[in-house]
Ligand binder design. Structure first.
Ligand code: NDP
Length: 289
């Protein structure tokens, strides 16, 4: 890896972990963060302004809360961006990523969208990976640096793709996290200590693949629209979804999440899919309104 200089803008946990990873590999790194002081523990050069940060390297990584933050920071120094490559590792919508790529192109800058799929402590560690999309030649040119963050998964030229994959994975992740907290609230509302519940709840989470099968198997069933109702029918699962709502209501804990889940089953059953496998919910969920 040639030790090209890299600029990192945004020093939340992810930006700091990314900066530390690049420095460990020997890259000179310049950083800028809105709140000064977050660079304190890093062996990076602290740029006094966003303009100075952009001038310091041709490759500029952005690790921010959303794309609005990028415009807030780089909008005033847009004239400095010609010839630069921006790699935005921040979360937002696929459409925001596409708009940003067009914005960068107008300024003569290259743009890649990235989505890092591991938490900050895992950045740069074995097993870390990240999705990227945007022009393939640009991705290839910068891959040696990006590979330091984690294994790279290049998805294609559409800048929205990496963002789409990031959001889809976080859809699974955030919903599972919310369910874990909701279930814990249900148990503790009955006076049971969380510690008596959560260890087995973790098992329920990790055993989901045993129930669902491989991703390839689920994909094939969903694409084919085949939902043979042998074991876990929508009607049986829907009855349980209703029991969860009622138990939640009786316990006085929040009912929004179980209500949303029950509504999928209700609508699948109303559509005549009650005797099919629970995967038939996909037919209800994927509908465009
Ligand atoms: P944080 O939200 O903690 O950090 C965000 C950074 O954005 C900070 O440097 C903050 O500056 C800056 N910022 C936010 N708004 C503005 C603004 N309007 N103007 C200037 N600067 C702004 O995020 P993380 O470091 O946790 O994550 C960064 C990105 O990586 C996010 O998009 C997140 O979704 C993604 N990600 C996060 C993971 C995680 O586990 N944390 C895992 C994988 C991806 P300041 O310090 O001044 O507030």
């Amino acid at each position: 890896v040639s030790m090209v200089p890299v600029t990192v803008i945004g020093l939340g946990p992810m930006g700091r972990a990314t900066t530390a990873t690049l420095i460990r590999a020997g890259h000179p790194v310049t950083v800028w963060n809105r709140t000064a002081g977050r660079a304190n523990s890093l062996a990076a050069t602290v740029a006094p302004t966003p303009g100075a940060a952009v001038k310091a390297a041709d490759l500029v990584l952005l690790s921010l809360t959303d794309y609005r933050a990028m415009y807030d920071i780089l909008g005033p120094v847009a004239d400095e961006l010609s010839g630069k490559t921006l790699v935005n590792l921040s979360s937002d919508t696929p459409d925001e990523s596409r708009t940003a790529a067009a914005w960068a192109a107008d300024l003569g800058a290259g743009f890649l969208t990235g989505g890092i799929m591991v938490p900050a402590p895992a950045v740069g560690q074995p097993g870390a990976y990240a999705f990227y999309s945007g022009p393939q030649d640009l991705f290839r040119a910068h891959e040696p640096v990006l590979r330091l963050i984690g294994e790279t998964r290049y998805l294609g030229a559409d800048p929205g793709l990496a963002q789409l994959f990031y959001q889809a994975h976080l859809d699974v992740f955030l919903t599972a996290l919310a369910s874990l907290l909701h279930a814990t609230a249900l148990v503790t509302a009955a006076g049971v200590p969380a510690a008596e519940f959560l260890p087995d709840a973790m098992r329920t989470l990790t055993e989901i693949p045993d129930v669902v099968g491989s991703g390839q198997e689920l994909a094939a069933a969903l694409v084919a629209g085949e939902h043979p109702g042998d074991l876990s029918t929508a009607r049986m699962m829907g009855a349980t979804a209703d029991h969860i709502v009622r138990t939640s209501a009786a316990s006085g804990v929040d009912v929004e999440l179980p209500n949303a889940v029950r509504s999928h089953y209700d609508r699948a059953i109303a559509a005549g899919l009650g005797s099919r496998n629970w995967t038939a919910l996909y037919e209800v969920i994927k509908l465009k309104r």
